[in-house]
Design a protein around this ligand. Structure first.
Ligand code: HMG
Ligand code: MG
Length: 297
């Protein structure tokens, strides 16, 4: 059966913009976040505090967080790979942070420069520090069905990493199909394995749309009881360490589907489309959301 309500985690300002070659100024990033919140989104990943030499596009995240006009009851979150990132996020005023690991050893090395087990050791002090400051920590796992370097990834490995992240204190695990290779059968099998280790209430899905499978995979996850879905307005997104990965599922397309299913989410589709059109214009390209193209001006 399907949930009555879904929480959308909007990742465009982070996942969407981290991979852009052109420079995007702070004012544009801030305007994007504010327009997304105006559209009704209550959880926006607004930046990341990683090594700026690795991901130059996120170097201005401090300024983005400091410039934002905050709204009450909205979570402005950031990625933090280690304690240094956490301290920067705290100083910038993030209300929530996320650590990000992987279920593939090679991807872990390429993305965060360490093994899976070493990454968990780096996350531990982030969770301790976050608890001291009462900041919730989300845990991402990349390559939950496939890896750009290793191919198929075992669901048992995903489940093991998920269990460890929850044991460390992550309140939610976002399962990332980083390169969008999953189909409903693989995603369902993966979720079944993970749900044996972590209650499904703690799971979110993060589907890239490289092969056009993101929405159908999300539908499969909803049928299994997942109630939190990551998406990016205008279908932006990618990961600099996952070659060939294209955008995330477009938030507009997700909202259109949830509307059709009668699932509550709190987002105004017209205003969301306007936000997607705004950032698409700023990037000089057409909106990657099909719903936006069908309904937009
Ligand atoms: P490292 O080189 O192993 O780190 O990188 P280190 O601890 O050895 O430090 C090396 C240098 O980096 C030092 O500076 C540190 O101060 C600096 P130096 O002494 O050489 O001048 N440094 C930092 N600077 C600023 N902020 C920090 C920080 N940490 C170290 N937080 C590290 C390890 C994890 C930092 C690096 O590999 C990195 O930044 N990786 C980030 C990669 C990334 O952002 N990928 C994209 C996000 S993940 C994603 O997109 C997937 C997701 O969407 C889900 C999905 O789709 O699957 C979430
Ligand atoms: Mg991603």
């Amino acid at each position: 059966s399907l949930p009555q309500q879904v929480r959308i985690v909007e990742v465009a300002p982070r996942d969407g913009l981290q991979n852009e070659a052109q420079s995007i100024d702070v004012a544009t990033k801030v305007a994007l976040v504010e327009q997304l919140v105006d559209a009704g989104l209550t959880y926006v990943e607004a930046g990341s505090f990683v090594n700026p030499r690795w991901v130059p596009q996120m170097a201005g995240s401090d300024e983005v967080f400091q410039t934002l006009q905050r709204r009450p009851a909205v979570t402005y979150a950031a990625l933090t790979p280690n304690l240094k990132g956490f301290e920067r996020a705290l100083a910038a005023g993030a209300n929530e942070v996320a650590v990000f690991g992987a279920a593939s050893e090679t991807f872990s090395q390429k993305n965060i420069n360490c093994s899976i087990s070493a990454s968990l050791e780096r996350f531990a002090p982030v969770l301790v520090a976050a608890a001291e400051h009462k900041l919730p920590v989300r845990g991402y796992i990349s390559c939950v069905v496939g890896c750009p370097y290793e191919g198929a990834v075992s669901a048992a490995k995903v489940a093991e990493v998920a269990r460890e992240l929850v044991q460390m204190g992550c309140y939610e695990i976002s399962l990332g199909d980083t390169i969008g290779v999953g189909t409903p059968a693989a995603v369902t099998a993966m979720l079944e394995a993970v749900a044996e280790q972590v209650p499904v209430e703690k799971l979110a899905v993060h589907m890239h749309d490289t092969y056009g499978q993101a929405l159908v995979n999300i539908f499969a996850a909803l049928q299994m009881g997942v109630k939190v879905v990551d998406s990016a307005v205008a279908g932006l997104g990618g990961c600099p360490y996952a070659k060939g990965a294209s955008g995330n599922v477009a938030s507009e397309d997700l909202v259109y589907m949830l509307n059709g299913l009668g699932i509550e989410h709190g987002v105004d589709l017209k205003r969301l489309i306007a936000a997607g059109d705004f950032i698409s214009r700023a990037l000089g390209r057409s909106n990657g959301s099909k719903a936006a193209r069908a309904m937009g001006a």
